[in-house]
Write a protein that binds this ligand. Structure first.
Ligand code: 6PG
Length: 227
């Protein structure tokens, strides 16, 4: 399903309007709402907008879809950037993938334990997010599932460290099975390059992008796209 945002509209405000409606509706059906947020630049103005909306923030528990392996106060930290514009302004609980006093392995173990403790898990043992907000890179990556990286083949673990040669760095990322276990999946598509990738995926041109697996397995995936 495509949520089209016209060129005349402000993408961040229109996306915030849609997401406010979505999370407000979810919050009326259950006490605790578990949401996973992606990093990158697109979500930041959207989250900055949503934080102004009247929502019962105590019901919401925010997790990360992926993270750079840097301290939270590093400019590259997804959790750090999202906390600045969003988490620090609302009364929701939020959980960082990276713990500064831990190794990457320790941070992953810690993150898994928090999800196990707080969240419902499906029969396959994956945490079930009520909503997951995904981005997409110009190479069709999503989360930190980059083209040609090992995490693309991970079908058992919930969260993994993934070395990304094209960035010469390691990331921590939710895996495909965890992403596909989410009840609602929304992808933020802004800009012509990303729109073209979306068109390729829909037209099944044969090009292969990491996000494609999600698009093909979840026809209820919601694409928020600027025309
Ligand atoms: C990250 C993200 C990543 C992001 C895309 C799009 O850590 O970079 O999680 O997957 O969603 O790269 O990023 P932009 O929104 O900045 O284009």
């Amino acid at each position: 399903m495509v949520i089209s945002i016209s060129k005349e509209q402000n993408y961040s405000i229109a996306a915030a309007d849609y997401l406010e409606k979505t999370i407000s509706a979810i919050s009326k059906t259950k006490e605790k709402v578990f949401i996973a947020l992606s990093g990158g630049s697109t979500p930041l103005p959207i989250l900055e907008e949503i934080r102004k909306r009247e929502l019962n923030w105590e019901q919401f528990y925010f997790f990360m879809v992926d993270e750079r392996t840097v301290p939270i106060n590093d400019p590259d930290s997804n959790f750090g950037a999202i906390s600045k514009v969003f988490m620090d302004h609302i009364s929701s609980k939020s959980y960082s993938m990276v713990q500064e006093n831990m190794t990457n392995e320790g941070s992953i173990f810690n993150y898994l334990a928090i999800m196990k403790d707080l969240m419902p898990h499906n029969e396959a043992g994956f945490p079930v997010f009520d909503l997951m907000l995904l981005g997409m890179g110009d190479d069709g990556h999503t989360a930190s599932l980059f083209p040609g990286t090992l995490a693309l083949d991970e079908n058992e673990k919930v969260v993994v460290e993934n070395y990304v040669p094209q960035l010469n760095t390691s990331r921590i990322t939710l895996t495909y099975p965890t992403i596909l276990s989410a009840k609602e999946l929304v992808v933020l598509i802004k800009g012509e390059a990303k729109r073209q990738i979306y068109e390729d995926i829909v037209a099944k041109t044969g090009a292969s992008y990491p996000i494609q697996k999600i698009a093909f397995e979840r026809n209820d995936l919601k694409w928020i796209i600027q025309d």
